[in-house]
Design a protein. Structure first.
Lengths: 302, 478
């Protein structure tokens, strides 16, 4: 019941339920992690306990397995008060505030949905490459491909070809967003049908994924933002088929394959040829003369 | 050494390798209903002893069960135990005596046998050539599809006074096989020679698919005999726009993918297509695109279970030595978002497609003539399903003429056919090209669906003509 009520309230407050869940999970994780080290915390870490004093007094200590906290926390976030004032910024900024951004399970600061990327490499790549961030819709809803996609089922841990599947899923869901179609229509319609719908209206070829990428790059994003949180490369998850993890080197290879498949260079920047096609090169200062790039993220600081 | 001792010593044991090999081929024939449970016979030369061959035992089960189901027989003499060999062992002996022949197979593949009910009074599928010196009618069949025309070529159909294990068969079948890979005993079944049992099996399989195509075309009113005559007049090289990629005995089996799931994926599709006669053994192709530059490519879309097959890692750029099949895969990957592709002989779907093209644009479209066919979104040839499942999944199959097989530009209408028709269409005289945006399984689904679409239409068509039932068109979606 608390989950249902929290979801209802989230909708009333205009909160995304996936981000809400991800943020609260990171909050509990952070609290439990720091509690174990209480006595040797930095000032920045200690700040969490100061920020939480009023909350703890009213509701007790936060943590996993306490469903009764969901409703009051949702109210606090929705009203932007108490600890909710900081949680309302999402898990990434919340964890950063206390010196632990690695505890935010997000990509490009957007919280990940429930589908664990270690159990589906296509979904993992879609999270990473989504211009919006760790989104299972804009990036492509490929988790079902691993388990329940009928004849479109793609082996969860196949590497060869996976970037192309993620790319197609991203293209498809970007098309959905453009025309405002129901996400579930993608289970029966293909890329070509969506392309025909869009082209019928616009009369043009569009490369909106690259346009969004250009926007992100101009805003300071780089290839280093195309990675899952480090924990997914460092901690295995136990599944019925054995322990699984994302391998950093393998994902580096898949990133490069993905970039190539959409016409970006090895650093994830649209090539001059790619920019020419959708006529967006003039948005990029100096044409496609990208100058800087950051490397992949380092390991977890946890 | 007395005679008795000599003949006993003369009988070598059948090696496990030969037994397993013939068993595998026999099983493959059984899985496509090429024989009833116990009919047909196979033979193979001994690679070490030029005087020895092995033939399946009379009455042995198709697919063999025990080693005694294979009988060693000498070319030079009759020895103890020869009687266990097939009643047609003598015919095999004669075939295997031909230069370069190492294996022979006799089966009762249905489509090839169906064609042989032709009569000189009304030749439907075969060219009537006249009678030989002893009064036997002789007919010629030439496949009208690309794979059949190049892989099998002309096939003599002979009539016999005694058409099972007879002396006249022993005389005439090797004679026919001197020139051709296969011959069909009228109202009985084909005999095929090969450099190996697998090569002979491939010829049989392709012949049967070509026969199925010809039979369905003729039933729909296409002048198949006229088509064959035109192919023979111009020669296959001139008639067809390109050579297909064919199975090669010389190429070693290789696997250039290290991913076990990819190997298993290809294997299951290859076996399914062979078992269900969606593709003829050793023909067609299938691939999975694995990056913006490469695909994993199998130079066949149908392989019997337990047969070896190769997977190659192939670049997507056109190369000078590309086969037509490889170029088709590359063209599709260069210009669409498809990630898997399959080309199958699909005789029923191909026949339906060719029929519609001929009906709408004239017989010249099947002769490779330059016909102005509109390939526009709202005006292009298409094959409509009549069964609910297909109407739901593949509301239409696009159709293109054979000349498109040499168009390797972005203007090739096959690219739009894939876009407009959920990744599946028919190429006249070639087969079905099907694709998947994600998996090879999607392409396989399209290929199997296409063949079933045609089968539903065929059955409805026969009901219409024989029983006066409603027309096929009346069942088409509006």
């Amino acid at each position: 019941m608390p989950i249902t009520e929290a979801c209802y309230l989230a909708n009333r407050y205009g909160l995304d339920t996936i981000s809400l869940g991800g943020t609260l999970a990171s909050f509990f994780d952070l609290y439990e992690t720091l509690t174990l080290r209480r006595g040797s915390l930095t000032r920045q870490e200690e700040q969490l306990f100061h920020d939480l004093e009023a909350f703890v007094e009213l509701y007790g200590e936060p943590g996993f397995g306490k469903p009764d906290l969901l409703v009051p926390l949702t109210h606090l976030i929705g009203r932007n008060t108490g600890i909710g004032k900081y949680l309302a910024h999402g898990s990434c900024r919340f964890c950063e505030r206390y010196g632990h951004p690695e505890l935010s399970m997000s990509v490009k600061k957007l919280d990940l949905p429930a589908y664990d990327p270690r159990t589906s490499y296509t979904q993992a790549l879609s999270y990473e490459m989504s211009n919006r961030g760790g989104c299972h819709l804009e990036g492509g809803y490929t988790a079902p491909y691993a388990y329940c996609a009928g004849y479109a089922e793609w082996p969860a841990h196949r590497v060869e070809g996976t970037p192309l599947i993620s790319k197609n899923a991203t293209l498809k869901n970007t098309a959905l967003d453009i025309i405002g179609a129901c996400a579930y229509s993608s289970f029966s319609l293909g890329l070509d049908e969506y392309a025909a719908l869009i082209n019928a209206v616009t009369g043009k070829k569009h490369n909106s994924g690259t346009l969004e990428r250009v926007s992100n790059l101009l805003c300071g994003f780089s290839e280093s933002d195309d990675w899952l949180p480090p924990r997914f490369y460092e901690e295995v998850i136990h599944t019925r088929d054995g322990d699984v993890i994302c391998d950093r080197e393998t994902f580096g290879r898949m990133h490069r394959e993905y970039y190539t498949s959409v016409g970006w260079d090895e650093h994830g920047r649209p090539t001059p040829e790619t920019l020419r096609e959708p006529e967006i090169a003039d948005l990029v200062p100096g044409g496609a003369g990208w100058t800087t790039t950051r490397g992949p993220p380092t390991t977890s600081r946890r | 050494m007395d005679d008795n001792a000599r003949t006993t010593d003369n009988i070598p044991s059948v090696t496990d390798a030969i037994f397993q090999r013939l068993r595998r081929v026999g099983t493959a024939i059984g899985r496509v209903n090429g024989n009833n449970t116990h009919s047909g016979n196979l033979s193979i030369r001994d690679i070490h002893d030029p005087d020895l061959f092995y033939v399946t035992a009379t009455g042995s089960q198709c697919g063999l069960r025990i080693e005694r189901d294979i009988v060693p027989v000498r070319f030079s003499e009759v020895t103890w135990g020869d009687a266990r060999g097939s009643t047609e062992s003598a015919i095999h002996r004669s075939i295997l005596s031909l230069p370069g022949v190492s294996a022979a197979i006799h089966t009762h593949y249905l489509n090839a046998a169906f064609l042989s009910f032709d009569t000189k009074e009304k030749p439907l599928f075969l060219q009537y050539l006249g009678m030989d010196a002893k009064g036997h009618d002789e007919y010629l069949f030439h496949p009208v599809d690309l794979y059949g025309a190049f892989a099998v070529g002309g096939v003599m159909f002979g009539s016999y006074f005694q058409s099972v294990g007879s002396a006249e068969m022993e005389e005439r079948i090797p004679h026919y096989l001197t020139k051709n890979l296969a011959t069909v005993v009228a109202r009985h079944g084909p005999f095929v020679r090969g450099t190996s049992p697998e090569a002979a099996l491939a010829s049989l399989s392709i012949l049967d698919h070509s026969a199925s195509l010809a039979m369905h075309l003729r039933r729909h009113g296409v002048d198949v005999v006229g088509l064959q005559k035109e192919i023979l007049r111009r020669g296959v090289e001139d008639f067809f726009p390109a050579r297909p990629s064919l199975r090669s005995e010389e190429r070693p089996t290789v696997c250039e993918s290290t991913d076990r799931t990819i190997l298993e994926d290809f294997q299951s599709r290859l076996i399914f297509n062979d078992d269900n006669a969606i593709g003829a053994y050793g023909t067609g192709s299938m691939s999975q695109k694995i990056s913006a530059r490469e695909m994993i490519y199998a130079p066949s879309s149908a392989i019997p279970e337990n047969f070896p097959f190769s997977l190659y890692r192939v670049t997507l750029d056109f190369a000078g030595n590309d086969t037509i099949d490889i170029r088709m895969h590359k063209l599709i990957y260069q210009h669409t978002n498809q990630n898997a592709c399959m080309i199958t002989t699909s005789p029923r779907a191909t026949a339906e497609g060719m029929t519609i093209l001929a009906q709408e644009y004239g017989a010249g479209v099947l002769l490779g003539e330059q016909i102005d066919i509109p390939y526009e979104l709202k005006n292009h040839p298409a094959l409509l399903p009549i069964d609910a499942e297909a109407i739901y999944l593949n509301p239409k199959l696009g159709l293109v003429d054979m000349t498109q097989l040499t168009n390797f530009t972005a203007t090739n209408p096959i690219l739009n056919m894939l876009r407009w028709h959920k990744g599946c269409f028919v190429v006249a005289g070639y087969g079905v090209i099907s694709t998947g945006q994600t998996t090879l399984e999607q392409a396989a689904h399209n290929a199997s669906s296409a063949e079933r679409i045609a089968q539903f239409r065929t059955e409805a068509f026969l009901n219409e003509r024989i029983l006066g039932c409603p027309t096929v068109e009346s069942f088409e979606p509006r």
